[in-house]
Design a protein around this ligand. Structure first.
Ligand SMILES: C[S@@+](CC[C@H](N)C(=O)[O-])C[C@H]1O[C@@H](n2cnc3c(N)ncnc32)[C@H](O)[C@@H]1O
Length: 263
């Protein structure tokens, strides 16, 4: 087993998503080419069919590049005029859905570390004239965004890919305005992957083995300063998992709806 550095994990993840963006063809869709959907464990969560909101007015260049594992737009409850930040914006689908909701008086920022993905997102932006959206190069562990400047943070199947979740939540808390909201879809677990499982970079980059137990996820959010933390299984949203103790067996992985606020 080899233990990779955070920089090596970023490079592995970048390579996968850079390849997906560069090789993208509308007739295949990125999901079918193996993004977060390329592993049988997460099959069934990825792509646009799991959005509760209507995505049918977006072009196939946008919907085909959808690599998320849920629908952060529904849980975000966006309002006109808000400033929204999408962590790991990919081809831009959640930015464009957010832009429709915040309207011309609102503003949407997508941050991604993969150049080819940013190029794809910018071509999509031109195609649909999304004037209230901008894409910035950066890492979600060190956001290129001013403190106390954002009303709502979205993210769709990205935080699991980070080698430093503590930094991600600290940065999210820093850039939110007081009263701001976090609305995240992500793969999480009950129980944990072994170090050997985590060393499989293909499965890490496929949104599997970087996923963490809900108790750890909750603890990182609390430590960053977040309140009103909620983590629910997308397939069984009636049950609150944020207060559930750490699982002690093999990891059960699932797509979660995660919300929290900065008071
Ligand atoms: C699974 S895709 C999801 C893309 C998009 N959220 C969606 O729903 O289609 C993950 C995206 O996050 C980006 N990403 C992964 N780790 C990142 C990090 N540490 N900082 C910035 N971007 C990151 C990747 O480049 C990729 O575009």
């Amino acid at each position: 087993m080899t233990t990779l550095t955070p920089e090596q994990i970023h490079e592995e993840v970048k390579a996968r998503y850079g390849r997906l963006a560069s090789d993208f063809k509308v007739e295949l869709t990125a999901a079918n080419q193996g993004g977060c959907c390329g592993d049988t464990v997460s099959d069934g969560y990825c792509g646009t069919e799991f959005y509760d909101v209507d995505v049918s007015d977006l072009p196939a260049d946008v919907t085909g590049m959808s690599l998320g594992c849920g629908d952060p737009i529904t849980i975000a409850e966006l309002q006109p005029g808000q400033t929204v930040l999408d962590l790991g914006s990919g081809g831009g689908i959640d930015c464009f859905l957010a832009a429709q909701r915040v309207g011309p008086t609102g503003h949407v920022i997508g941050v991604d570390m993969t150049e080819a993905m940013l190029e794809k997102a910018n071509r999509n932006k031109e195609k649909i004239n999304a004037d209230n959206v901008e894409f910035r190069y950066g890492h979600i562990e060190n956001l290129p965004v001013a403190s106390d400047s954002v009303d709502v943070i979205l993210s769709n199947c990205v935080i699991n890919l980070s080698p430093d979740k503590t930094a991600v939540f600290q940065e999210a808390f820093r850039v939110l305005r007081p009263g701001g909201k976090l609305a995240v879809s992500d793969m999480v677990t009950q129980g944990s992957f072994t170090p050997e499982e985590r060393a499989d970079m293909s499965r890490w980059a496929g949104c599997i083995t970087g996923a963490e137990d809900v108790a750890d996820y909750t603890a990182w959010m609390q430590a960053a300063g977040f309140s009103q933390i909620s983590i629910r299984d997308k397939a069984n949203p009636a049950v609150e998992l944020a207060d559930v103790p750490r699982g002690d067996g093999a990891a059960r992985i699932f797509s979660a709806r995660i919300t929290a606020v900065k008071l």
